[in-house]
Design a protein around this ligand. Sequence first.
Ligand code: MG
Length: 405
Amino acid sequence: MRRTILHIDMNSYFASVEQMCNPFLRGKPIAVGGAPGTRTIVIAASREAKRYGVSLGMLHHEALACCPDLLFIEGDPAKYTDLTQTFIDICKRYTDRLEVYSVDELFLDLTSWIKSKEDALRIARYLKEDLRREVGDYLTCSVGIAPNRMLAKLGSDMQKPDGLVVIDDQAIPAILEWVEMVDMPGIGPRLKIRLGDLGIRTLKQLGGYPLASLQQLFGPVNGQRLSDIGRGIDHAPVPYVDDIAPTKSMGHTYTLSADTRSKDEIYGHLLRLAEKVGRRLRRDSYEGRRVWVYLRWDDFTGRHEAVTLPRYIDDGYEIYRCGRQIMDQWYLVKPVRLVGIGATMLKQSGKQLTVLPDEHKREGLVKAQDVINDRYGEQTIQRARTLNVRLRTKVGGFKTPHQFH
Ligand SMILES: [Mg+2]
């Protein structure tokens, strides 16, 4: 499905906040940094300072060399996070899918809230107006609207300050040709140099580079990711805000006996766990309309995502299919140590007779499987897919996704 993603980025955030709070600083070149007298670097520069060439990460004396009149201000993190919270609350009015990407950047998925490009533009203008009114009249933001996150971020980068850029399908080829490897997320300075050595300076050149060669040079996963970036492809979703505290959820997690990077192995576990979720739902007469999946990496960070379905389900295999659809889009960036899947948005199932013969047959099969497993123990009957999965004796119990974090 075509998506509409909005990226919003506050302009010269810390510096603008300081200027907003102290009118004396407005219109002047200022740099926000550490305590005065310490070996501090510039963590934010006002637009006036940027004009002199003052930039992020400069040492005190380097910045002064660019702009002798530069005023150094000690940063006040509590002030910024407080304003960021207001900023987040405003964005939540416009969508239920939102990701706080950094202290001054957010992604919003507007897909299910709009009908046209004009709607998206209207939301962007409302957002800007709300921010001006409620966060502060001296702050501005740049907004990018595009079919995915990567392009939306490119869009907000294009016009600063106070920008509003829409990248639609027709605009994409020209943008890929024109954009250099600026601060594309995932392309750091060293990678940029390596790509430059290959003669790759624009996204289009990256996208046009043979995938096999990129994979050979950077590994299968990173090679694919780079090729996607070069073609303006980004399937990464924006999570639902309510995923952090679902009202009711049934799920299972499993800690692997050894960390793995094999999707096949993970899918085996996912199916087995999903079947358990299905059995539990049916036993307690629940059906769910939202499926979540979770992977925990070896460094104990993790990735969680959910999908909402058009109807309620209680069949483990269907739950598995939804979970797998989500995970198919994921790169296994690190070895995986724990797998989880579950259903939320539950309701008690007052089951109606199924009209479709296929579904009817399937329900009969699922029911028979439950009867046998109830009688002879878990997994007496199981799908062939789960058979080659190595099991440990301890299986994680019932958890809601917010317990993972
Ligand atoms: Mg910013």
